[in-house]
Design a binder for this molecule. Structure first.
Ligand code: FMN
Length: 272
């Protein structure tokens, strides 16, 4: 059966956006702190535009605005390290994005702790959960950015965060994902996709799987609302509440940040 996709109308409610927003649509991968050292001076720059480019050999790319001081540094150093910060570095990451290495020594300004890389001269940052050392093999100007392709020369990880993939364990060990502005997120949980078995009619099996997932999501939402409602009522009565009560939900894969849902300033909060 051939389908003429062009004849299908778009789903209701979708809207056009400016072409310039394509970059933001693709954002959401882990934020990176790129470090470099050149002529004895080191710099660190938060970036979210990075990508794997080749697996054999292992090459990754970073895109840095052509006018940025860090683009100059990488051009000269021909090396860089990608450090993946975890949640406790949230405010550092944002602050580093407001400073230019041309004017300030960002390591001095933020007092970030560092340690030595194995194969390059750039420092690596403590409090991160993965570190990739690279030698620049290609550098292309693309529009207003420079794409630096880096041959990977060493990779180190904190196994609390990553073994051969992201673990999405304790929230403090998860990498930060940049959404734009001053907004970040962390991965919320792991879902395993199932494929229809050979003997199942694929379209029916997929439809049933989706229906099952929706039902599970609805139940989870209801449980979460119930738990938050109970805490809210306790706060209203002036009783002490323990936001850790929401931990059980978090363990079952439902992320609950008490600050978002409850006005904790109105009551007595345990564990503060
Ligand atoms: C979370 C975050 C992500 C960013 N991503 C990028 C990026 O992918 N490429 C880029 O050129 N600048 C990016 N920026 C902006 C630079 O980090 C910022 O302009 C920085 O001050 C440049 O420092 P420099 O002058 O030392 O190069 C980002 C900033 C933040 C906070």
């Amino acid at each position: 059966m051939s389908i003429d996709f062009a004849l299908n109308p778009p789903p209701d409610g979708i809207e056009d956006r400016a072409n310039a927003l394509a970059g933001r649509v693709l954002m959401g991968g882990p934020v990176a702190l790129v470090t470099t050292t050149w002529r004895g001076k080191s710099n660190v720059v938060p970036i979210s535009w990075h990508m794997p480019l080749s697996s054999k050999p292992s090459i990754v790319g970073i895109a840095i605005g052509q006018e940025r001081y860090s683009a100059e540094m990488v051009k000269h150093a021909q090396q860089f390290a990608i450090n993946i910060p975890t949640r406790p570095l949230l405010h550092h990451v944002q602050y580093l994005g407001t400073l230019s290495g041309e004017e300030v020594d960002k390591f001095e300004a933020t007092q970030l702790e560092t340690f030595g890389s194995r194969t390059i001269t750039a420092p690596l940052i403590v409090g991160c959960c993965a570190w990739i050392e690279c030698q620049v093999v290609e550098a292309f100007p693309i529009g207003d950015h420079m794409l630096f392709a880096g041959l990977v020369t060493a990779v180190r990880v904190d196994p609390a965060s990553f073994d051969d993939r992201w673990l999405v364990g304790d929230p403090e060990t998860r990498p930060l994902h940049f959404i734009a502005g001053n907004r970040y997120s962390t991965l919320n949980g792991i879902m395993e996709a199932r494929l229809p078995k050979d003997y199942e009619a694929p379209e029916r099996a997929l439809r049933d799987l989706i229906a099952e997932e929706l039902e599970l999501t609805r139940e989870a939402q209801e449980r979460r609302e119930e738990a938050v409602g109970e805490l809210r009522e306790e706060l209203r009565r002036g009783h002490a509440v323990d936001p850790a009560a929401l931990d059980d939900l978090a363990k079952s894969g439902i992320e609950v940040s008490p600050d978002d849902l409850l006005d904790l300033s109105k009551g007595i909060v345990l564990g503060e």
